[in-house]
Design a binder for this molecule. Structure first.
Ligand code: ZN
Length: 121
């Protein structure tokens, strides 16, 4: 009979304290990693947007060189005159929104309407 009780005691699972400790550790790790992940993905999207702006600026300069220094009206003009293969879309824009890039016709600078990443060069 004593042997049977000893076996029963050895087969117990985790105590409540052990489970709570594990849950607290998982909670702390989640609280640390989720904001970091969000920050890093937003940073990557902003950098992709900056790369889009550079690509559009290059097309604007090519357009300007071929059109007596005149800058294009908008990004669609670059697409129609084959300076861009497609209009890049800001990664920070929501689905269904417009591409989000505008060209200043006076000086050719490109800005993003979604993340305010203007020409920083
Ligand atoms: Zn953007």
């Amino acid at each position: 009979m004593r042997k049977g009780i000893a076996i029963l005691q050895e087969e117990q699972g985790f105590t409540l304290v052990e489970v709570v400790v594990v849950l607290v550790i998982i909670g702390i790790l989640t609280a640390i990693t989720v904001p970091q992940y969000t920050r890093i993905t937003n940073q990557a999207k902003e950098r992709a947007c900056a790369a889009n702006i550079k690509a559009i600026e290059t097309a604007v300069m090519s357009y300007s060189a071929a059109n007596a220094g005149e800058y294009p009206e908008n990004v669609e003009t670059l697409l129609e005159s084959n300076y861009l293969n497609e209009i890049p879309k800001c990664p920070l824009s929501a689905a269904g929104e417009d591409a989000g890039y505008t060209i200043d016709k006076n000086n050719g600078t490109v800005t993003c309407n979604h993340c305010d990443k203007g020409n920083k060069s």
